[in-house]
Design a protein. Structure first.
Length: 404
């Protein structure tokens, strides 16, 4: 695919900042101290600019293909608009937990945003064995804020219809539908596992209960337009910063929401849970059982904060005529069960699918095998156990038993 727009380079970003009136006052393009391309994600270019006064700016540009694969996997750069629209909508609801956008250049698919380089990508911090208390709860509050604030509980009918129409994101959704729900059990040539895990992957694909559950998960993902969800809320889409000399977060921010669309709320919660399990699998593999237990406490922190925040907002719903209290209880029960289902999907795709995680991939090979097996077993059990007891404590117990 030949692009009809210019890609940024470290040599052109200063001129670019000069050309954008909205960026006046962010960094001084005439006195830049450093410019780096820091993108480590699968999809996009990301530049970090610092000026001599220490001010920073981040420019993220969508390419017309998947960065991790190259031009052989085309992907619409229009995804930048979905990212900007969702970041802005979410920032309006929970400014403390969403990166701030300064400017959007639609023709060139460039988002200019707040520099969070004094934060850490949560996944990186987790892999270094660091603790950021409060991050899991912050993300629960964030999901609750968008679950309520972008939904029919907060918006009038016409505004909701406008937002729904503007957020239809079929190309990015198709990636999720294929990679997260279908390919873990139906290989399209993009899967890979260690030779020692081939039987585990085959067992997963042959597990009728699991595959049936993935069909239900995919259907739910494609049909339940509940709220403008993040759509890719793994621990690599969260920035964390601890206060000086403490493990308590003084800032937690979601970013990288190009997969945003009106979808099921529990998809974001399940993504978080799955990545907590993966962090725990890494810790168990390294013999760090205390740390694994800590990681398995995170699902409850996210869920409890989500539930508390959603309940807090519920009295503000636009219309209480039929949306009574028992329906709130039904909703929360449904979302909790769906969180297990989506977590199962997300766990399996990260082990057998195309996009893996550093948590597992950076383990020595002899430890990786067992960690991968434990995560796949947890995924298969999760689709069976939720019906009996969907509490996050039961989830943690189940995962701990299968990962250890
Ligand atoms: P992709 O969509 O390609 O995954 P991301 O938005 O995740 O791109 O950005 C890739 C990386 O760039 C992040 O993992 C992080 O290290 C860095 N990054 C992205 N946004 C910011 C920001 N606002 N401030 C600091 N670093 C950032
Ligand atoms: Mg990313
Ligand atoms: Mg992304
Ligand atoms: Mg052990």
């Amino acid at each position: 695919m030949s692009a009809d727009y210019e890609f940024l380079t470290v040599d052109t970003v200063a001129d670019y900042v000069r050309s954008r009136p909205a960026l006046a006052g962010t960094v001084d393009p005439d006195r830049l101290a450093s410019v780096e391309e820091i993108g480590d994600g699968n999809l996009n270019l990301v530049f970090l600019l610092k000026d001599e006064q220490g001010r920073g700016l981040v420019l993220k540009q969508a390419l017309p293909y998947v960065r991790m694969v190259g031009e052989g996997w085309p992907m619409t750069p229009e995804r930048a608009r979905f990212e900007v629209d969702s970041l802005r909508a979410h920032h309006a609801l929970v400014p403390e937990h969403v990166v701030e956008v300064h400017d959007f250049d639609e023709p060139r698919h460039i988002i200019a945003m707040e520099d969070l380089s004094d934060h850490r990508v949560w996944r990186h911090a987790l892999n270094e064995g660091l603790v950021h208390d409060g991050a899991a709860a912050a993300m629960g509050r964030y999901v609750a804020a968008l679950a309520f604030g972008t939904s029919l509980f907060a918006l009038d009918r016409e505004e909701l219809a406008r937002r729904l129409a503007a957020s239809v994101n079929p190309q990015l959704c198709l990636i999720t539908e294929d990679l997260v729900f279908t390919e873990p059990s139906v290989d399209a040539g993009r899967n890979s596992v260690l030779p020692a895990n081939e039987q585990d992957a085959a067992d997963l694909a042959a597990d009728e209960v699991f595959v049936t559950a993935m069909g239900r998960a995919k259907w739910t993902f494609m049909t339940h337009a509940e709220a403008l969800i993040h759509g890719d809320l793994h621990t690599g889409s969260v920035m964390v910063r601890a206060g000086d000399g403490t493990t308590d977060c003084d800032s937690v921010k979601a970013f990288d929401s190009e997969f945003a669309f009106y979808g099921p709320v529990a998809f974001d919660l399940g993504a978080l849970w799955a990545n907590y399990v993966i962090a725990a699998a890494r810790a168990f593999a390294l013999g760090e059982d205390d740390r694994a237990a800590w990681a398995l406490g995170l699902p409850a922190q996210t869920w409890d904060a989500f539930e508390t925040e959603f309940r807090r907002r519920w009295p503000d719903r636009v219309d209480g005529r039929v949306w009574r209290e028992p329906f709130l209880e039904e909703l929360l029960t449904r979302w909790r069960e769906e969180t297990w289902l989506f977590a199962a999907a997300k766990m399996s795709r990260r082990i057998v699918g195309a996009a893996k995680t550093k948590d597992i991939e950076t383990l020595p090979e002899d430890l990786r095998e067992g960690a991968a097996r434990g995560v796949l077993r947890t995924a298969r059990q999760a689709v069976r156990s939720a019906a009996a007891d969907a509490s996050p404590a039961a989830f943690a117990t189940m995962a701990g038993d299968l990962l250890r």
